[in-house]
Ligand binder design. Sequence first.
Ligand code: 2P0
Length: 350
Amino acid sequence: MRREHPTAVARPLEQSSAGRAAAVAHPNIALIKYWGKRDERLVLPWTDSLSMTLDIFPTTTRVRLDPEAGHDEARLNGVPATGEARRRITAFLELVRDMAGLPQRAVVDTRNTVPTGAGLASSASGFAALAVAAAAAYGLDLDATALSRLARRGSGSASRSVFGGFALWHAGRDTGTATDTDLSSYAEPVPAADIAPALVIAVVDAGPKAVSSREAMRRTVDTSPLYQPWAASSKDDLADMRAALRRGDLEAVGEIAERNALGMHATMLAARPAVRYLSSATVTVLDSVLQLRRDGVPAYATMDAGPNVKVLCRRADAERVAEAVRSAVPESLVLIAGPGHGARLLNEGG
Ligand code: 2P0
């Protein structure tokens, strides 16, 4: 069956809110991971992924067009963006300008509340908020599917933060032209029974990571003998995960998420040279999660491109889980998150 993809409709700038807009978005944590691109320019992954958007760590981004400016300006938490961060924001704005057919440069102001670069998906909330704010500031009238595709070009995981709750990002198909392929890779909400979930986030190290996830993914795909087997098993994990969410089986959701994440880290450990994000503190938290399960508390761990651990459990067990993790790693910062909303425009009075 062919799925119809609503396409973006550009509006003239005069009809948008005077070339400025603000948006807020939240990070998401993948329960079925995205790890590896088959097309770096279009940010197309090898596998589908599935995540839960959080209700903590919002990113707020303001975009204002500046007809006088010769280049884009971006500030991250008040500090001018430089290097790779600046390059990625400018490349993203170029894409938006192409879509809108407008030449004006922009001033971008981003406020992150998540520790940047610590494997807590600041690029997901960051590019989801930037996609929504920049599209509005440049007068593009995009639906959520199109915003998700656009956010993907900034950072793959951002495609999922456009949506609240559980979201599935389709890897897309390579059957047609680059345009068709681009259209086929977007996120959408996933049907789920109410499992009243919480993610207990153990920040064992808030410092920036040694290897960017971009570089780590590239190295894994290019050199890890475990990559293709993991990608194949991730397909089965996704099918099992969707079924578990539909029937509201939190224990199955947790088990599948944990095995998928450990498998992803195994692919990195087998890369040449190895990429190891997990630290001794990570393993200590993993031990405490095992102990919780032995004590009859359903709790399951997932880790991203960093040493921090996110523990999926029932909302009703979240305090107990947080306490167990805190006493395992007393120097960690432990937070409780629930399912959050998708990215949205802020009404700032014009
Ligand atoms: C995820 N991660 O699914 C996976 C699991 C980290 C581990 O998405 O290169 O910042 O910008 O597309 O989205 C981190 O990668 O990478 C990520 P790019 P992104 O959440």
